[in-house]
Design a protein around this ligand. Sequence first.
Ligand SMILES: Cc1ncc(COP(=O)(O)O)c(C=O)c1O
Length: 404
Amino acid sequence: MAKLNDNYLKLPGSYLFSTVARKVREYQEAHPDKKVIKLSIGDVTQPLAPVIIDALHKAVDEMGKAETFRGYAPDLGYEFLRNTIAEKDYKARGCDISADEIFVSDGAKSDAANIQEIFSLDNKIAVGDPVYPVYVDSNVMAGRTGTYDKLTETWSDVIYMPCTAENNFAPELPKEVPDLIYLCFPNNPTGATVKKAQLQEWVDYANKVGAVIIYDAAYEAYISEEDVPHSIYECQGAKTCAIELRSFSKNAGFTGVRLGFTVVPKELKVDGVALHGLWARRHGTKYNGAPYIIQRAGEAVYSDEGRAQLKAQVAYYMNNAKYIYNGLKEAGYTVSGGVNAPYVWVRTPGNMTSWEFFDYLLDKANVVGTPGSGFGPSGEHYFRVNAFGSYENTVEAIDRIKAL
Ligand SMILES: Cc1ncc(COP(=O)(O)O)c(C=O)c1O
């Protein structure tokens, strides 16, 4: 008789965005005349840049001719894309990453969820709190997180690293030594970043204790300040302790197109075994490659024209972020983030819980954000506002909040 993977039954359920959607739906049904503005789910809204559309069209035409048709893509990705990434994302920043250390995929979410498979179930993970939920949930599914405490909303075998105003929303080195450390900078949901020296401390720590860092740099394109690392490989020694996840979703608007990559340096070893070989084996067995058409579109992201167009797109969203940050600050809110990330992290006023503030804004300003408590217990009394809306909607939403 078939038996379930009962780790799935332990998952508390992802109520965050479904609850947000339900509350918005109910509100709109009750108030059909109101224009509700959503600055909640972290999805882009600007159309794909012209250079990407051109690359897609060209690749589609190639697929229609026998001479240029392509079938299965190489497991690890086409060389034209991996060479470009190695050159433009890494070598240009002084990082010694080669094309054969880059694994092209359909996005960072699946890689963030799947990477834990190459590690033993005995590993203990450490995560920031609040956190992008995929890191924890994928480890729950694998059976690595112990038991769930409904009251504290935490797992017994996970090391939580609180990210609070006191530490500028950057986790401190944990007291208990973890085996796998998930770090995400610029951060979703807090919008926080770390300076290179701070990230270097993590790299040194991981090398010292033999831990592996899984570094999610999905928002690196939003970094505007000097001395904030775009890649963990800017730090000395990162190649022996870190895997890096990257996405084309937020730098190039590929949320619906799907493309990302993971870097596993060949020097990164656990028990003398190179993780590169394990991930190559996993990738080759369970994945048949990102589509040719999409990889060509990814290549276009790095052309001079592509870079210019996408820089403008990122600037558009960051202009929204600035409006949100300044507007809420003027209105008396305590805000952070929004400088190197498209997220502004807002302290709820008075003693409101995240959900109370959500209800208040929905009702009084018809604006939807994301309750911080949905990202972890340390997110309570915070609220995430994202900069991915249109400029007009963003201005209207913030002006409404200011007028309350
Ligand atoms: C921190 C973080 N990592 C990864 C992802 C997923 O990226 P992708 O669209 O490439 O799967 C997201 C998406 O919101 C994210 O916030």
